[in-house]
Ligand binder design. Sequence first.
Ligand SMILES: [Zn+2]
Length: 148
Amino acid sequence: MRTQRQVVDYSLRKRAVLRELLAGRVGTYDVCDASPYLKNAARFHGEPTDERCPICRSENLIHVHYIYGDELKQSAGQARTLAELPVLAMTLREFQVFVVEVCLGCDWNHLVEQYLLGRDGLVEGGPEGDAVGGDVSGTVRRRREAQR
Ligand SMILES: [Zn+2]
């Protein structure tokens, strides 16, 4: 998505959890604890993936997109389909998206990533804005050279 920014990837944390599980330091009860709300969100707003569940290997994972932000008002904390996000991104200045993967087979769930969406991420003024941006960086460069 065009306005996507400040992406935080949680795949390392997920791998760590799976390692702990393989080593027997945590049980499947600890990691396969999707709430009824999360599973409903996965059923009704989820985005199916081609990725197999790392725990039961019998179902494909579903991505649920949760949105947070002051501008969302009563919609904050709700799940949205992936198709709805670009529309919101064009109408709101900024909101946070949390992507959670869920398995409806064994209730495995884990945070995949988070990022910001919204019009604030667009470069303002199109080509003119770009020219201004180039000018600013030129000024900084000249200033750095002057300091040497
Ligand atoms: Zn599973």
